[in-house]
Design a protein around this ligand. Structure first.
Ligand code: ZN
Ligand code: ZN
Length: 237
């Protein structure tokens, strides 16, 4: 009976490829073409920021940035290399609040990184400034955080972290400009002393936003901050 209902459901609402929207087999995430085009993050990746590396580096596999600068997060992990193909997935969450795509991405994140994240105390998304959330109608990181919270059964705190000033869009800014733009833009008012936090965003580009959020969380007493995103840019070296 359940199979019959599922067959009818799939006929009425066929599963779609998360990249191109074409119809896929039941429980499949991508169509074969997108599967071959999208770059999943696999070893070697930087042990700290989680970015894919062009080749293994030393014993610890640290990218140049993490080898030279201390990060406020303990480590970050992502599913895909941020490029033309994975951007389509990110945009579905960012522009359309596509919960189905968010759900599939979260299932992949939890199965891929479960051993890193199972014992977190709270899931906290990177916040937008309130005027931006109001205009868009939602905060993209909230959508991923809500799905992950359901999936992992870890409490969600949407109010702990606040963006206390409006920042300019980070696109087309250099790393130094981005750092200046976002410095001290976040404040954590949640009761998270001694807690392990899963910090959620859609994409990690230079990492400055996740790093500033992690700084605010650590200042509020968080013991561990682990960042999770759908995609991250490649490490330069
Ligand atoms: Zn496809
Ligand atoms: Zn790194």
């Amino acid at each position: 009976m359940i199979r019959v209902i599922n067959n009818i459901k799939n006929w009425l609402f066929p599963e779609k490829c998360i990249v191109c929207d074409c119809e896929v087999f039941e429980n499949a995430v991508y169509c074969p073409k997108c599967f071959s085009q999208i770059t999943r993050i696999e070893s070697p990746f930087c042990e700290i920021c989680g970015r894919i590396l062009p080749f293994p580096i030393g014993e610890k596999n640290l990218c140049e940035s993490c080898a030279n600068f201390a990060q406020n997060f303990n480590f970050c992990r992502a599913l895909f290399v941020y490029d033309f193909h994975s951007k389509k997935i990110v945009m579905k969450i960012k522009k359309q609040a596509d919960m189905d795509v968010a759900r599939k991405c979260c299932l992949m994140l939890t199965s891929k990184y479960e051993r890193f994240i199972f014992d977190a105390d709270f899931i906290i998304p990177v916040p937008s400034f309130w005027t931006r959330t109001l205009r868009r109608g939602f905060n993209p990181a909230d959508i991923i955080a809500i799905e992950l919270s359901k999936n992992l059964n870890i409490p969600l705190d949407l109010k702990a972290l606040k963006r206390i000033r409006k920042t300019e869009y980070q696109k087309n800014k250099t790393k130094v400009e981005r750092e200046k733009n976002i410095e001290n833009a976040f404040l954590c008012e949640g009761n998270i002393r001694g807690k392990k936090i899963l910090l959620i965003d859609d994409v990690m580009t230079t990492g400055t936003t996740l790093n500033e959020c992690a700084k605010a969380l650590k200042m509020a007493g968080a013991s561990v901050v682990v960042g999770l995103t759908i995609a991250s840019t490649k490490a330069l070296k």
